[in-house]
Design a protein around this ligand. Structure first.
Ligand code: SPV
Ligand code: MG
Length: 435
């Protein structure tokens, strides 16, 4: 009886086929007919590899490889669907997936294969100067303003909810950029960064009152863009005078920022989470609409977004006022609406989103679940929220840790007792990659 030709599957999470991939294909061909899976955009993003070329191009690249019998799309980083549909005899992969969070993908594939006697083949991962250069060039391309700027709009169209974390320096930028976790068999990471006025000011020891000027805020953006590729949402406070805001928009666009969020307050702005404990003045609708319209007129790219932030719930002005403003701001050209709340449940945010979505199904909505932190991203997305911003969490976690270390050194007149709380010297001196 003639033996059935074996099926070998390999999946590529890449924009460029290089010698490492060709080595895997050469090895795979020894075992049978080779099917290559090309990760979809959605899956590549989960994998922390934002695509720089289209899915069609990536498929064409895979088809051009000699010896490949079949090219299919893999729409999830996990192999469950592929394995159940294709039932490959072998899955072949570089052994780099034995370490780090992607080990979860490997273990999952191995378990599924073992259910029917399939095998995993792991080939030594190829490191070469050329592969290294390809990786570096890709990262450099993603960091360029024209790629980075449009990435937020791309993510909004792909992700159920884009999640952004606060950053205020190169170091916090690196945490947002590189933190990938595996939890319950899923990989996760942040999609975007929020340059918070609160945290940017706090890092400089200044109050969050628009005291830190725009030139200094732009310096923070520079620090962050220097070492990251993910898109930036900039907290533009009130946007300042309309005559100045138009210049801010141009500068942010040029720097590759994806969106500015401006809040409808005027005068001596204080942080929203003070609520009505401090005097704060909400701008009138006409004047704020004029600021949005002027910003939209000034912008030069289609990618950049001006998101209008509504403070009506913060200032106890009521739901009707918030909704009336939302309508007006969208009509004035706002590319998105951020609804802010300082309640400890998400109820009023959900109510706003429900009413807003009755008359506007498209305009992206952003929420900042600081005071209502029990809500999950999934719940917010189910109510129509597109962007979830964790607005201050890196600063709030770093400060108590630093304070405790300072107190312990004072207490014990030496540093030994702090050691358990510290990263190792080796970790800190190797944390930042050298070129
Ligand atoms: C910020 O992070 O600076 C914000 C959000 O504007 S909030 O602090 O909640 O006002
Ligand atoms: Mg702010």
């Amino acid at each position: 009886m003639q033996q059935r030709t074996k099926t070998v599957y390999t999946c590529f999470a890449t924009d460029v086929i290089h010698e490492g991939h060709l080595k895997i294909i050469a090895e795979a061909l020894k075992y049978g007919n080779v099917t290559v899976g090309v990760l979809s955009d959605r899956a590549l993003i989960r994998y922390n590899r934002f695509p720089t070329v289209s899915l069609d191009r990536r498929i064409a690249n895979a088809r051009e490889i000699n010896g490949v019998s079949n090219v299919i799309i893999q729409d999830d980083v996990m192999y469950d669907k592929i394995i159940s549909e294709l039932r490959p005899d072998y899955i072949i992969h570089g052994d780099n997936w034995l370490t780090g969070p992607i080990r979860a993908i490997r273990d999952n594939a191995a378990a599924l294969l073992s259910e029917y006697g399939g095998h995993l083949i792991e080939v030594p991962y190829s490191y070469s100067e050329n592969i290294d250069l390809i990786e570096k060039r890709k990262r450099a391309a993603l960091a360029m303003p024209e790629y980075r700027r449009k990435r937020l709009r791309q993510l909004i169209s792909i992700r159920p909810a884009v999640k952004a974390i606060e950053v205020h320096s190169g170091l916090t930028g690196l945490i947002a950029e590189k933190t990938v976790i595996e939890h319950n068999g899923e990989l996760d990471q942040f999609d975007a960064m929020w340059i918070s006025s609160l945290c940017d000011s706090t890092a400089k020891g200044k109050p969050d009152t628009e005291l830190v000027d725009m030139t200094s805020r732009f310096r923070t953006i520079d620090e962050v863009t220097e070492v990251t590729t993910k898109p930036i949402i900039f907290d533009g406070d009130t946007g300042g005078q309309t005559e100045h805001f138009v210049y801010t928009v141009r500068t942010l666009e040029k720097m590759g920022v994806s969106a500015v969020i401006i809040e409808d307050k005027t005068g001596h702005k204080k942080n929203s989470l003070f609520g009505t404990d401090v005097p704060q003045t909400q701008d009138n609708i006409e004047s704020f609409c004029a600021k949005i319209a002027a910003g939209k007129k000034a912008q030069l790219t289609d990618d950049f977004m001006i998101i209008a932030r509504i403070e009506s719930l913060i200032l106890d002005k009521g739901m009707d006022d918030a909704l009336q403003r939302a309508k007006a701001y969208v009509n004035a050209g706002a590319d998105g609406i951020m609804i802010h709340s300082r309640k400890n449940t998400p109820d009023e945010v959900f109510e706003f989103c429900g009413s807003f979505r009755k008359f506007d199904k498209i305009t992206p909505l952003a929420a900042v679940p600081t005071s209502y932190s029990k809500v999950t991203e999934g719940e917010l997305a189910a109510h129509g929220v597109n962007i979830v911003i964790y607005a201050n969490h890196l600063t709030r976690s770093a400060f108590p840790a630093m304070q405790k270390t300072a107190e312990n050194i004072l207490k014990y007149h030496r540093a030994f007792e702090t050691e358990d709380d510290l990263m190792s010297i080796n970790d800190i001196i190797t944390l930042i990659d050298e070129i």
